[in-house]
Design a protein around this ligand. Sequence first.
Ligand SMILES: Cc1ncc(COP(=O)(O)O)c(C=O)c1O
Length: 401
Amino acid sequence: MSVTIRFAGRAAKSKQPIIRVIDFLQKEDPEFLAFGEGNPSIEACPIDTIREISERLLAEEPKYMFSYTATLGDPQFRELIKKRMVEKKGMDPENNEILVMTGGQQGLMVVPQMFTNEGDAVITEEITYQGMLDTIRNFGGHTVGVRQEEDGIDVKALEEAIRSTDRISFIYLIPNFSNPTGITTSLEKRKAVYELACRYDKIIVEDDPYGDLRYEGEDIPTIKSMDTENRVVYLGTFSKTIAAGLRVGFMAARPEIIAKAANCKGLSDSNTPCFNQLICRDFLRDHDFEGNIRNICRISGEKWHAARKGLEEGLPEGWKVYDAKGGLFLYVVAPPYIDEEQFQQLCYQHKVGFSPSSSFAADEKPHGGFRMAFTPHTVPEIEEGCRRFCQAAKEYGEMNR
Ligand SMILES: Cc1ncc(COP(=O)(O)O)c(C=O)c1O
């Protein structure tokens, strides 16, 4: 008998991310080089330390680690996260609490679940993380994209958007090495954005998965560190600093937001797997977590150098690479004559895949940009991938100018 499946509107609207399509092409054809998914450098994953911690946990805390645990997360782990947020990210310890999340992505689900009603708006940069755009849409919200520059969001345009948009549920920003653009918001702009949020009484969601992965230059204070009014919801993750597969992240925010977020989070998983939380807890407590970050930066930084060199030296005139100084992505801006979809197909013929801007656009339209997620590959693969991409760019230029 045939089965009538009636998907709810929100499920019907959901689509497969393009990065999965690109990575599938590599699975089908081993010669294909997919720079789709932003997996951190796997060779930098601290497997020996995780093994040592796991063995100790299995020997000494098996009952706890295999039980349900508090929705807020393991208390000692929350304290350790809080301590690091205070010491490294300038968070005020008096007015903020921590909620452990199942990956930063769960934070991106819980934030609109908490704040966004059907028909509400969320202000984002015009090119931003798909994982946030999709959850906002899933909860019936719509995204208002604001122009961005190489040092972050255009503050004047942000103020105009705030003034002209009804029912804003929050402002979403990735101030460090943004996904996909790699852009870092300058200190002046962070202050200006915070000042606007205070003036117009808006919540800021500061998503910071890449802040620890700086390869060059000095760290810039978080917006959370300026948060005298406690209106910033900070999202962090251990995906890029320990292991993405553990799926452990966190939210730092004022207590009443944390309490509500815990209720929302609990609906999907009751609690983040205790075993995975305890691996991260023990890493922070007993091992050299900061040294591990330095090692990740050393390994990924080499790849970043290779990718920058390959693109900057190989791209024809009219193309531009944004100057990202950390994170997992380089973003290439194409000249105006490029048709994003057509160029993507040409890249596939050259057996290389970058992610096109349309999947990261608040308005869902192509903006003539391509993201290279370089860390899953070796330096020679990165060099070859850049060579293929640049070759496609040259060919496209010759055919279409
Ligand atoms: C901007 C941004 N936010 C959040 C996440 C979520 O990361 P995770 O769920 O692995 O912690 C990612 C992952 O790539 C990201 O790029």
